[in-house]
Design a protein around this ligand. Structure first.
Ligand code: ZN
Length: 422
């Protein structure tokens, strides 16, 4: 292993420049900009190193258009005979930079042992580390059975429909093609992420009747109806959620409880001409709810908690009318801590970094849901450099030493998963 690790260390400058190249392609999603360019950067690089490279556009998936095509890249390197396949799956999309940056978010500025930029942490740094790890194995000319795959996939930040979900439907994340999947999301170098909580997004609308704002008694305020619902969940639902605790090792600890985020609220007429409001009683009010739930909870019960309160209002509050619509739902997933991929990565962390590996669960979902649900593959973890808290923040960065450390763990674990003893 020493020669392999030395090689990874010697590739430090290459790792930095590849990360910078990736950051300089602003793959902002939504809407899904520059996916093709980014997929081709990865594909062309791996092709030069002997990978069979394949592009898959998710035609007609949400957001797909000729301006914003959902282009994914999958690269495969075959060992000298058949055996297991280890796959590194990286999402190439990043969220909008947002406000508060003290530098250009798409420059990839290197300073103080870190690379700064949108997506460095989540997760182009992890992508670059996995590519360098595998390239080091190939340069060392280590013989292995089976195959190694690296993919660059789109739309993780918006549900993964045109990325991993699309590919999983086509069998890219199922046996016999693939046996173990590692997703280099920024969970930090000494942690193996086994899965994530569940999620249910819904839109709730309350209805009223429009009337002149000077005579609200002639109308019926949809906002007051919504306020009644919000008051009811403050009294009855939030205290219940506070009490629900999971045995899943979710980090941070606040996310070991069930949570509900009231994500947005819109009600009444739009303000017009320079923000002047129109004097009307609101006939509609909408909220978006983001409910995160635990492996111990059942999705039908999660939904019933909300519906029951709405029905209570329907029965007790005059003219309370509502409509609720599902936007998205994914069940919690958790890989067995005794599975091969978890054990091997945990051992590598201990051996190489001399740290006690921690098994964690992510508060939010990521593409593992599609691999487990559609691909029916349970040998899947997230492991990668970066601090989760920095994801989606201004002045996001990745520590270069962490990328190197994680590349060593990835390379050593890949060889063990492929049955190479060295
Ligand atoms: Zn991510």
């Amino acid at each position: 292993m020493n020669s392999l690790f030395n090689r990874i260390e010697s590739k430090r400058e290459e790792l930095i420049s590849f990360t910078k190249e990736l950051v300089r392609i602003p793959t902002v999603n939504p809407p899904g900009e520059n996916y093709t360019e980014c997929a081709e950067l990865i594909g062309q690089r791996l092709k030069k190193r002997g990978f069979a490279v394949h592009y898959e556009r998710a035609n007609n998936s949400p957001g797909d258009s000729d301006i914003y095509p959902r282009n994914n890249v999958i690269a495969r390197f075959e060992g000298h005979s058949s055996g297991p396949c280890v796959h590194f799956n990286n999402h190439i999309d990043v969220v909008v930079p947002g406000k508060g940056w003290t530098m250009d978010p798409f420059e990839g500025i290197v300073s103080d042992g870190k690379i700064f930029g949108r997506g460095t942490c989540d997760m182009k740094g992890g992508l670059a580390a996995s590519v360098i790890a595998i390239e080091a194995i190939l340069e060392e000319k280590i013989d292995f059975y089976g195959a190694i795959e690296i993919s660059g996939t789109v739309d993780e930040e918006t549900g993964g429909y045109g990325g991993v979900a699309f590919l999983a439907e086509k069998g890219f994340f199922s046996k016999p093609r693939v046996d173990h999947v590692i997703i280099p999301e920024p969970l930090n170098v000494d942690r193996v992420c086994l899965g994530h909580r569940g999620v249910w997004w819904s839109e709730l609308e309350t209805f009223g009747r429009i009337a002149h704002g000077s005579m609200p008694f002639l109308g019926d305020s949809a906002i007051r109806h919504m306020a009644a619902f919000l008051e009811l969940i403050e009294q009855k639902l939030f205290p219940v959620l506070e009490q629900k605790k999971t045995n899943m090792p979710v980090v941070p600890v606040g996310a070991k409880k069930s949570t509900l985020n009231l994500q947005s609220i819109h009600g009444g007429e739009e303000e017009s001409f320079d923000g002047m409001p129109s004097p009307c009683v609101p006939d509609s009010c909408r909220i978006i709810m983001d409910r995160r739930f635990l492996i111990e909870e059942n999705i039908n019960e999660v939904k019933a908690e909300i519906i029951d309160l709405l029905e209570e209002l329907s029965n007790t509050r005059p003219n309370f009318n509502y409509q609720i619509r599902d936007i998205m739902e994914f069940l919690p997933t958790m890989t067995d801590k005794n599975s091969k991929v978890v054990k091997i990565f945990s051992d590598s962390i201990k051996d190489i970094l001399q740290k006690t590996p921690k098994h964690v669960i992510s508060p939010g979902t990521y593409d593992q849901k599609h691999i487990s649900r559609i691909g029916n593959l349970k040998e899947c973890i997230a492991y990668g450099p970066g601090i989760l808290d920095l994801a989606h923040q201004p002045d996001e960065y990745i520590v270069i030493d962490d990328m190197i450390s994680s590349a060593k763990v990835m390379a050593a674990s890949t060889l063990k998963l492929l049955g190479v003893n060295s």
